[in-house]
Design a protein around this ligand. Sequence first.
Ligand code: SAH
Ligand code: SF4
Ligand code: F3S
Length: 446
Amino acid sequence: MKKFYIETFGCQMNAHDSEKVVGTLLQQGYSQVAEPEQAELILYNTCSIRDKAEQKVFYRLQQFKREAGKGKVFGVLGCVAQQEGEAIFERAPHVSLVAGSASYTKLPEMLVQLEAGNRRVTGLSLDTDETFDTPFARRDNPHRAYITIIEGCDKACAYCVVPFTRGPERSRTSESVLQETRTLANAGYTEVQLLGQNVNSYRDPSPVGWDFAQLLRKTGETEGIRRVRFTTSHPRDFVKGIIDAIDESEALCNHVHLPVQSGSTKVLARMQRLYSRDDYMRRIEWMKNARREIAITTDIIVGFPGETEEDFNETVKMVEEIGYDAMFIFKYSKRPNTSALQYEDHIPEEEKTRRFMVLQERQRALQIRRNSAYVGRTEQVHVEGFNRATGQWIGRTSQNKMLNFHHPLLLAPEEGRTLIGSYLDVLVTRAGPNSLAGEHFTGYVQ
Ligand code: SAH
Ligand code: SF4
Ligand code: F3S
């Protein structure tokens, strides 16, 4: 039996790609092991979004360099593979396979070549539309499943590698998305997460021709599916119809991740984001005026070339005005092939760090305030796990907030008894910046 090990970096799309890769390898007679030491084939599914992410894979490859002589085969998959291509063989000569995400349907052929002793196997073509065929995906989570609905990106943000690493936008037919959703529901899944780099740019390529809001509604109508999430939305393509769909479909979670990147229209223009601060604020207004209470989260880049103190203050002001439920903050990182490389007014690293800290501190205070408002409320959670250290079950609310709680009748998972996968009403009793805590009472009181 051939054994493989895989480590995954990066976003949810990469996590789901790895599920497809694992499924394909199992289908080919390989078995998965938990440690690289036990494996004959070692795969890294890589991310290149920031320099640090890219360096991780080369660090890993360095760590195991000596193992290569002992018959181990190394493969680099994902965004660094697509970006660097055959140059990886030069930089890390013990690597035998370099393949980007659009080539995973060809993995069986590539494995045959590796087994035949070929030490320079590549899958780097981006002109394929077969990327959605995932008959063998082996999902890690038995209750919440990822579904890719659109691949690639047609935008050209000045800082971003994704258009190079994932290629042009390709949407999948609505029939194929709904078919996969039904199959997952029949297999016991109750929650699905629709994925795409710009998930809301979705446009059904079949004659049905649905837009994203229509696909969302239909997915939410699938029997057995109780929750539908989606990520990541691009503000330019974020139409009011998406909010209407959330308002009218119970199964759609009331959470939107809408990366703003900056609160300064000047910086947004230099980033080539295709919207202004006002355009973005209009979308926030739609959400604030919705019938349901929609949690809003975002991504922000600090220290983009040319970002002045004034621009940064506009971002801070905007963040305070909106009151995000959560935020990912990144320091601008120079990326190969991107147009921002041509800018000369780069911000010193210490200044980027300072802005990062200022924003993080503000956001932390805002999150404490926002989360405190939940104390005393009852929220429905989908239970995802159990924390042995604290003796709490781990749940997630529709708004994507983690809610850790005690259950009076099941203090911990027991042989054949668990709460994982169930939906429970939990009273929120405490709030921190990043999570809520509470108690489950139903079926216990009286
Ligand atoms: N398609 C999504 C973003 C995907 S990348 C969108 O357009 O919103 C995820 C996040 O990484 C981005 O939102 C951005 O905040 C961050 N990011 C991308 N490139 C970066 C870079 N060069 N430096 C720092 N952060 C970056
Ligand atoms: Fe990158 Fe911009 Fe495309 Fe998002 S929209 S993936 S940030 S190029
Ligand atoms: Fe990283 Fe590629 Fe995702 S660059 S963030 S793994 S699309």
